[in-house]
Design a protein around this ligand. Structure first.
Ligand code: SF4
Ligand code: SF4
Length: 431
């Protein structure tokens, strides 16, 4: 980090000593996981810069914006519509955390058998190491899984201005009505927070901004269908993670530049791994920064990841909002339509997700699927049974992984993943 941000962090109420320890671990992990990769696209230097300043320059930007009266809204779930936040001239940031940090503190408030995502968000807050949480003027929780829903009741004690959005569990007409009324209620809450009335014009602009971001991410996703793969799964995951923190317009420009570069690589038939390298699709729970464990194990075990069916990935970013409506009612309907399609495992039944995994596996020419569930996450661990059954009908092999943020099981994971990859590795003579 170029500047001294310590006065800013102190002002945000952070614990500098604990934060130093976090940054130290993060910097080392970043070096080992990302900077050690070979033949990275040059455009990834933008992501390296963003990550080196993720607690510095970006937080300063948020701080400067807040000083002019703009608000920051922190979210934990892709059901929270970023467009509504942007339309009120506020800034939307993701707060999910992917590190085993502050778990001891978190476990004083939560049962031990709570998933790592929830414990990590609590741990970061309790140990005062997350400048995004500290900068948030409103934090939006949602009633998705039981773990999150109940945890927010406690989170309210440690974080001011927690807003709860109700998410239904089925996709019938009555559920859509509830979902729609919750989006209107959220719009009002954001207007109240910011003092800005969300007009049709403002919302249209925000819809276009977020659509452009999603188009760039989808462009990237499609380029990964090429063999040799033009970019690693690790770098692609990083891009999807940064999508939750960075300024959306600047980010979109940087990702489109990377895509231009990848198109050049594809034309020259070059990539990050040789042609015919085993190709894996990851499906399951979202992976938040700095949760890079599983992709690292996969990509150092002889495979390349060609897609993520995840909220930090295609589940969270696919489907655009219809840009045609020009009244606020029409735009809100278009938003609701888009978000109601998200096929999170908290819904029942959830056939769309399985169908999407199959279509992704085919489109990105994956040889197999690695289903990733965080320990104690019932929605995804339970749903993995049906996913595996359906994939088998299409001849797509699947490996189920249930893990957490600790590094203890890395050796065991590597053994299982290497064995899985061997089942579809093509012998060299067949190329
Ligand atoms: S997995 Fe479900 S609860 Fe988690 S971020 Fe995605 S939509 Fe939200
Ligand atoms: S990973 Fe599973 S248990 Fe954890 S917050 Fe997401 S849906 Fe809930």
């Amino acid at each position: 980090m170029a500047a001294d941000y310590r006065p800013m962090w102190t002002e945000l109420g952070m614990d500098l000593k604990a934060h130093d320890a976090l940054l130290d671990a993060l910097g080392k992990a970043y070096q080992d996981v990302f900077l050690s990769q070979k033949v990275r696209p040059e455009g990834m230097s933008y992501l390296d810069f963003v990550m080196s300043e993720v607690h510095g320059l970006r937080i300063k930007e948020l701080n400067d914006a807040r000083a002019t009266g703009r608000k920051v809204v922190g979210t934990f779930c892709v059901f929270v519509p970023e467009e509504i936040v942007l339309a009120a001239d506020a800034i939307c940031v993701g707060l999910c955390a992917g590190a085993e940090f502050g778990f001891e503190e978190a476990e004083k408030l939560l049962p031990r058998n709570t998933c790592g995502l929830i414990k990590s968000a609590f741990g970061f807050k309790l140990t005062k190491v997350c400048p995004y949480t500290q900068s948030s003027d409103m934090v939006v929780g949602e009633t998705t899984c039981d773990g999150k829903k109940k945890a927010y009741e406690i989170f309210k004690d440690i974080q001011p201005n927690v807003y709860i959005m109700e998410i239904p569990q089925m996709k019938n007409t009555a559920d859509r009505q509830l979902f729609a009324s919750e989006y209107w209620r959220f719009k009002e809450a954001v207007e109240k927070l910011t003092g800005v009335t969300i007009t049709a014009e403002r919302l249209k602009k925000a819809i276009i901004t977020v659509n452009n971001k999603r188009k760039a991410l989808h462009r990237l996703a499609l380029l990964r269908a090429a063999d040799p793969a033009p970019i690693s799964g690790l770098d692609s995951l990083l891009i999807n993670q940064v999508a939750f923190y960075d300024d959306p317009v600047r980010f979109t420009g940087a990702i489109n530049k990377i895509c231009d570069e990848l198109e050049g690589r594809i034309k020259q038939n070059s990539g990050v791994a040789p042609k015919h390298t085993p190709r894996v699709l990851i499906s399951g729970c979202p992976m938040s920064v700095p949760n890079w464990k599983l992709p690292l194990v996969i990509e150092t075990s002889g495979a390349v990841i060609v897609g993520e069916e995840s909220c930090v990935g295609e589940r969270g970013q696919r489907n655009l909002v219809d840009e045609k409506p020009h009244t606020i009612e029409g735009e809100m309907e278009a938003l609701i339509d888009r978000y109601f399609k998200i096929d999170c495992a908290v819904f029942t039944p959830n056939q769309d997700r399985t169908d999407h995994i199959i279509s992704m596996a085919k489109e990105y020419k994956a040889d197999g699927v690695i289903h990733y569930a965080l320990q104690f996450c019932s929605p995804y661990t339970v749903e993995s049974y049906l996913v595996e059954k359906e994939l088998a009908k299409h001849g797509i092999p699947m490996l189920k992984i249930e893990t957490d943020y600790s590094m203890e099981d890395v050796g065991q994971l590597k053994t299982r993943i290497e064995a899985f990859i061997e089942t579809f590795r093509q012998p060299a003579w067949s190329h």
